[in-house]
Design a protein around this ligand. Structure first.
Ligand code: C5P
Length: 232
């Protein structure tokens, strides 16, 4: 499994996205397409970006009954994405169904990654709203273990959790980590951040980087810096 930098293309339209991607004339970075862009532009945005030669992480975080998730995953698989995700809270059965749906006739499938607890959920809201009365770190590890049990490839987690996930679940279980910032860059609204070099050190497999690249004066140079620090 290759370490890679995934650019979060958090744009509102295809036009903005292509203006951004047009800057990359040599390399074709791995890109993340989220709900905003997908719901605005539909599946054609995935096909178009794929046709330009990019790998795609489709970040739609599915969570529904197993049968619905299975059928929806089959549709995403036909879009030829390279990685997609779901909420581990949907249960082991839902995750198993998702994998079945994703698997193509020839046995290939996109990587499937689980979201454990969203970073916007804290201990207090988890207890008060969800009635889960366990330490949040344990809940995250339990959900990650469920994802492994179901046969998934890994989890989305903070770079700070990567080491622990690998230790507990295994080094072949992939960690995809957002919350990455350059040492001399703006933190923005991210609370717990790491540099690409630190994320590499701690063992993240993929880093998801948005604004440090998309809002940079020179996005290509910022991307190349991420690759130098994280991959090379
Ligand atoms: O711009 P920035 O680098 O903060 O973007 C990070 C990306 O990772 C965004 O697309 C954000 O939605 C996503 N993400 C995150 N934290 C999580 C899960 C996803 O920042 N826990």
């Amino acid at each position: 499994m290759g370490k890679d930098v995934i650019i979060a293309c958090d744009f509102a339209s295809a036009k903005q996205t292509f203006e951004f991607l047009d800057k990359f004339t040599g390399v074709k970075p791995f890109v993340k397409i989220g709900m905003e862009l997908f719901y605005a532009e539909g599946p054609s945005i995935v096909r178009e970006i794929k046709a330009r030669g990019h790998k795609i992480f489709l970040d739609l975080k599915l969570h529904d009954i197993p049968n619905t998730v299975k059928k929806s995953m089959a549709v995403l698989s036909r879009l030829d994405v390279d990685m997609t995700n779901l909420h581990a809270a949907g249960t082991v059965n839902m995750m198993k169904a998702a994998l079945e749906g994703l698997t193509r006739e020839d046995g290939t499938r996109p990587m499937l990654i689980a979201v454990t607890q969203l970073t916007s959920t804290d201990q207090q809201s988890m207890e008060k709203d969800l009635w889960i009365e366990k330490p949040i770190d344990e809940v995250v590890m339990h959900y990650a273990a469920n994802a492994k049990l179901a046969g998934l490839d890994g989890v989305v987690c903070s770079p700070l959790e990567s080491g622990k996930v690998h230790e507990r679940i295994g080094h072949d279980f992939v960690t995809v980590t957002p919350g990455v910032r350059f040492a001399d860059g703006d933190v923005g609204d991210q609370k717990r951040v790491m540099t690409p070099a630190q994320a590499k050190e701690i063992g993240s497999d993929y880093i998801v980087v948005g604004r440090p690249i998309t809002a940079a004066a020179d996005p290509v140079a910022a991307y190349e810096r991420c690759v130098r620090e994280f991959v090379d």
